[in-house]
Write a protein that binds this ligand. Structure first.
Ligand code: SF4
Length: 64
């Protein structure tokens, strides 16, 4: 499983961090998403899917 983020799309809403705090963080200066784990373990799949669902900017994708 590979997580991809598009920082150019991100509007800093922080929903992904609430859904999956082990996978996502936000830059302190502007709140733009930071990927903490590009290849998270399988157990994190549900959290990543939830983050994708709640991201208002459609800035997160998942590749198998
Ligand atoms: S939920 Fe989407 S828009 Fe909000 S910080 Fe995360 S990636 Fe950016």
């Amino acid at each position: 499983m590979r997580v991809l983020i598009e920082q150019a799309r991100c509007c800093g809403a922080g929903q992904c961090v609430l859904a999956a705090p082990d996978i996502f963080d936000q830059r302190e200066e502007d709140g733009i998403v930071i990927l903490l784990q590009e290849n998270p373990p399988e157990e994190s799949r549900a959290d990543v899917l939830q983050a994708i669902k709640v991201c208002p900017a459609l800035a997160i994708r998942l590749e198998d």
